[in-house]
Design a protein around this ligand. Structure first.
Ligand SMILES: *[C@@H]1O[C@H](CO)[C@@H](O)[C@H](O)[C@H]1NC(C)=O
Ligand SMILES: *[C@@H]1O[C@H](CO)[C@@H](O)[C@H](O)[C@H]1NC(C)=O
Ligand SMILES: *[C@@H]1O[C@H](CO)[C@@H](O)[C@H](O)[C@H]1NC(C)=O
Ligand SMILES: *[C@@H]1O[C@H](CO)[C@@H](O)[C@H](O)[C@H]1NC(C)=O
Ligand SMILES: *[C@@H]1O[C@H](CO)[C@@H](O)[C@H](O)[C@H]1NC(C)=O
Ligand SMILES: *[C@@H]1O[C@H](CO)[C@@H](O)[C@H](O)[C@H]1NC(C)=O
Length: 371
């Protein structure tokens, strides 16, 4: 009873303090992850590597920034909405030049994996040219850290009031493993290694060593509802689809991953009772959007159809993707759930962010700090 009451008070004070600068619940945000969190690292890192990088072109960024920023959406991502809610600046990409990192920095890179590229290569899985996996991102963080603090105690003091967001990770690993021709059963055999990498990052590098107290660990999306997967793995057998039109066997990957991840988070909470460790949900919100699209403002009439694409049943066309010349966006992206076949629209990310901040899509919610 008393615990509940304390939590309630904490919740109330987080709400009322969200606007003030002095009494912010968090003084900085540190982010790791892939394209669901990248705010500009990938486009800088691979400059000159690809002749044409779609993420550098409109209509990416059209809704909020009016120009491409390297984000995989028409506007802000979940992390951007969280930063704005906490009265912090949009979390700058580590590789963008001339940015102030005193209120946080983002190490997420489009295409990142949880497992190292060597690990995947040894198993004959084709991987991207540059390793930006969790351990590499944590290496960048260690380097970066010396600009803030050098002793264990000063680092602990620094990170005590910071919010760490670790993920989403794993979605790309499973996609690469699938495209190497492995079965869904084989993909699932990689889940424990992926979870170990995420848990290791939370524990060995951040929580334990640097004294981090607030960490959010997001799970996977429903892979079988993502239009690129629906296109690549389309089936003529109706029973491969669920009532929402998603590929049900592919969704079992995310379900299994998220169960294992939540178990890992639960164990971390027991081991570090003083820390706030949240599991954040990307899976249920997407399913809820598909179930009741209109309730969330997704009124385009075909919830699995994407806003920016070059034709086909989901408007996702492998040879004419968003950002390529001649591929245009819908008029009103906020009426769509999915932006480009892989990533969500700003409108969808906004709802997810609110659900992470106040519930029900994070446990415990970021603004409650109760666990
Ligand atoms: C932050 O989010 C909470 C919960 O959704 C909301 O009540 C509050 O108005 C938001 N504050 C800002 C500054 O966005
Ligand atoms: C990877 O492919 C090579 C060449 O086809 C083969 O010899 C090797 O056994 C494969 N390794 C695994 C782990 O499948
Ligand atoms: C930590 O040490 C490095 C290397 O000696 C130095 O460049 C950096 O300025 C120091 N950082 C702080 C916050 O004192
Ligand atoms: C469709 O899939 C179901 C369940 O996996 C299977 O039992 C059935 O034989 C398949 N039908 C065809 C025509 O392949
Ligand atoms: C996909 O894009 C290619 C290349 O622009 C085009 O030729 C093709 O007709 C498109 N497919 C669909 C289904 O619209
Ligand atoms: C957990 O979060 C709450 C609310 O943001 C905060 O008041 C509390 O200090 C946090 N706990 C730790 C250990 O940082």
């Amino acid at each position: 009873m008393e615990l509940l009451f304390t939590c309630f008070l904490l919740l109330m004070s987080s709400f009322s303090h969200a606007y003030s600068t002095k009494d912010q619940p968090y003084n900085a945000i540190y982010s790791f992850g892939n394209s669901y969190a990248d705010t500009g690292n990938f486009v800088t890192l691979v400059k000159g590597v690809f002749p044409y990088n779609v993420f550098e072109h409109l209509p990416y960024g059209m809704t909020y920034f009016g120009k491409p920023t390297g984000r995989g959406s028409d506007g802000r991502l979940v992390i951007d909405f969280i930063a704005q809610n906490l009265s912090l600046p949009l979390v700058p990409a580590y590789f963008s030049k001339g940015q102030d990192f005193h209120e946080g920095v983002n190490f997420a890179v489009i295409g990142s994996t949880a497992l190292t590229l060597d690990y995947l290569k040894q198993r004959n899985i084709t991987v991207p040219p540059v390793d930006t996996s969790i351990n590499v991102q944590l290496g960048w963080f260690d380097q970066f850290k010396t600009s803030l603090c050098n002793t264990t105690d000063s680092c602990k003091a620094y990170f005590r009031k910071s919010l760490f967001i670790l993920g989403e990770f794993g979605g790309n690993d499973y996609t690469f493993i699938l495209s190497a021709g492995k079965s869904i059963r084989e993909v699932k055999s990689y889940v424990p290694a992926v979870i170990k990498a995420i848990k290791g990052a939370a524990e060995v590098y951040t929580l334990l060593k640097q004294g981090v107290q607030n960490i959010v660990i997001p799970g996977n999306l429903p892979t079988g509802c993502i239009p690129i997967m629906l296109t690549l793995y389309a089936s003529t057998n109706k029973s491969d689809y669920d009532h929402l039109g998603c590929l049900k066997h592919y969704n079992t990957i995310g379900i299994y991953h998220n169960i294992k991840l939540q178990q890992a988070v639960f164990r971390l909470r027991i081991k570090y009772p003083k820390a706030n460790i949240s599991y954040a949900n990307y899976y249920d919100p997407v399913i809820n959007f598909l179930k009741n699209p209109k309730e969330f403002g997704f009124t385009n009439g075909a919830p699995l159809r994407i806003c920016c694409g070059g034709g086909g049943p989901y408007n996702y066309n492998l040879t004419a993707t968003c950002g390529q010349p001649g591929v245009s966006a819908c008029l009103n992206p906020s009426t769509y759930i999915n932006w480009d076949g892989i990533h969500l629209t700003e409108a969808a990310y906004r709802i997810i962010a609110t659900g992470w901040l106040e519930g029900p899509y994070a446990y415990p919610p970021i603004l409650s700090g109760c666990n």
